[in-house]
Design a protein around this ligand. Structure first.
Ligand code: SAM
Ligand code: SF4
Length: 461
């Protein structure tokens, strides 16, 4: 990352002691949310405080996602609506960051069609933001900096939105080039952080009282492939597990091609590792997987599932699925329903295929209508609802350890949290328990959560 100390000094000098408020909104995956927290960390150094209300902001930063077209459309809609805000308050500064603007055609479109925007800065916000902001404060007109920097670095401070759950990016970028995906084009190649820095950061977070550490990466289990054998992901898990304290380790997302037996051993050996694995399968058809360039077959995937479930039949698995990949046949789709029924996921995150310009799949023919894709999506969700309703019943009669997230939005006087298995648990309790582990005896199951009552606190680990 560039040394921006001098530029930050200039901004502080220019703004003097006048109060300044920023509204930072992140879209898309947890990595993006974490980037947004780092943007806030940088803004804090420039004297900014934060508001949830864009009407009260002197600076608005939208940290965007480009994975699907509807996410981009949403951002364009929001930027469009900000024209009024800028007319009411011409001193307002609007900047756009993130994956969307890392595509030069999007940066061009913003420049041409959205004059209310002062600057765009791709995924290189930490390096580019101070300079771009300084230009905007000086009234220099539209600027853009979408150069690739080795960003979101070790030392970057984060303004963390939670005091008990922390995300820790451990690697950036992706080498896989799945044919449908824009990520490798906007995030660059895989870069793993130094193991010592990650371990020190997690140790610090645990000492501050954080109860859940979420390790993040586009393919978190490919961690270390670029470190010349210094440390693999399973080794990192074991190192983190050695840190003293009462906390859970989660990680997301794992690519099936790197889900080795060594990883499964580490998950089962490390008592702090959550009893849950998010393992995106994308499709149940080996033919579609090959055209997606996923580098595994359905059989390879099911072998990993068998290996996990032979050690714990109740181990929780979740997945990502794409419906309507170009020329997905009825048979391909039935194979997706089959794998969902076979694996019995606790939850699925399913998306209708979205054409991303510049990717290989964007060049493929696609004979399946949007209407048919919608029908398939609804069918998939219906099948998963039935599975969840049935599968969640396995928890009835058990005591689950739960990290309490918040008050429940469904029922007054109730709390909501997540178990180690990443299952939503709802139960009656006092809001003073938010941020703590509690044991809950499970008495009921729905298709989106289980319910219960508080048992003895903190006895179960
Ligand atoms: N790296 C992770 C992996 O390989 O599983 C996933 C990261 S990706 C940002 C998150 C999810 O978005 C993917 O698992 C995929 O299901 C979905 N996705 C990516 N590109 C998509 C596209 N063009 N259309 C629909 N869904 C897409
Ligand atoms: Fe995208 Fe595939 Fe990389 Fe995941 S592994 S980020 S789906 S290219």
């Amino acid at each position: 990352m560039k040394d921006n100390t001098a530029v930050i000094g200039e901004i502080n000098g220019l703004l003097g002691s006048s109060p300044r408020k920023a509204y930072v909104r992140s879209f898309g995956c947890q990595l993006n949310v974490s980037d947004g927290e780092k943007i806030q960390g940088l803004l804090r150094k420039m004297g900014y405080t934060f508001t949830e209300d864009e009407h009260k902001a002197d600076l608005i930063i939208l940290n965007t996602c480009a994975v699907r077209e509807n996410a981009e459309d949403r951002v364009f809609g929001i930027v469009g609506s900000m024209k009024k805000l800028k007319e009411l308050r011409p001193s307002l500064i609007i900047g756009i960051a993130g994956c969307m603007t890392a595509q030069s055609h999007v940066a061009e479109k913003i420049k041409k069609s959205y004059p209310q925007v002062d600057f765009v800065m791709g995924t290189s916000a930490l390096s580019a933001l101070p300079k771009l902001l300084l230009e905007a404060l000086r009234g220099g007109g539209f600027t853009a900096d979408i150069a690739e920097y080795d960003d979101f670095s070790e030392a970057a401070e984060q303004v963390r939105s939670s005091s008990f759950k922390a995300s820790v990016p451990i690697m950036f970028g992706c080498n896989n080039f799945c044919t449908y995906c824009i990520v490798p084009y906007v995030r660059g190649r895989e870069r793993s952080r130094r193991p010592g820095d990650i371990i020190a950061e997690v140790r610090q977070l645990v000492s501050e009282g954080y109860k859940e550490i979420m390790l993040l990466g586009q393919n978190v289990n490919s961690y270390g492939n670029d470190l010349g054998g210094e440390m693999s992901f399973p080794q990192l898990l074991r190192e983190l597990n050695r840190i003293e304290g009462d906390f859970w380790i989660r990680f997301m997302s794992s690519h099936p091609k790197d889900a080795s037996e060594e990883l499964i051993d580490a998950i089962f050996d490390c008592e702090k590792a959550a009893k849950h694995l998010h393992l995106p399968v994308q499709s149940g058809s080996t033919d579609v997987l090959a055209r997606m360039n996923r580098c595994y077959t359905v059989d390879d995937y099911l072998k990993i599932v068998d290996c996990i479930r032979s050690r714990d039949p109740d181990f929780s698995l979740t997945t990502d699925l794409i419906v309507g990949f170009p020329d997905e046949t009825d048979e391909d789709f039935r194979a997706t329903l089959d794998i969902v029924k076979k694996v019995k996921y606790d939850n699925i995150y399913s998306f209708i295929y979205s054409k991303r310009s510049g990717t290989k799949a964007a060049e493929m023919t696609d004979g399946t209508s949007e209407e048919e894709k919608g029908i398939r999506m609804r069918k998939l969700l219906e099948v998963q609802r039935e599975i969840s309703t049935e599968h969640y019943k396995r928890f009835i009669g058990r005591t689950m350890r739960v990290l309490v997230d918040d008050v429940s939005k469904k029922k007054e006087g109730w709390l909501t949290g997540k178990s180690s298995e990443f299952i939503i648990v709802e139960f009656e309790g006092d809001s003073s328990l938010i941020g703590q582990f509690v044991n809950v005896e499970i008495t009921g199951a729905m298709n989106w959560a289980v319910t219960g009552k508080i048992a003895e606190r903190n006895a179960l680990k």
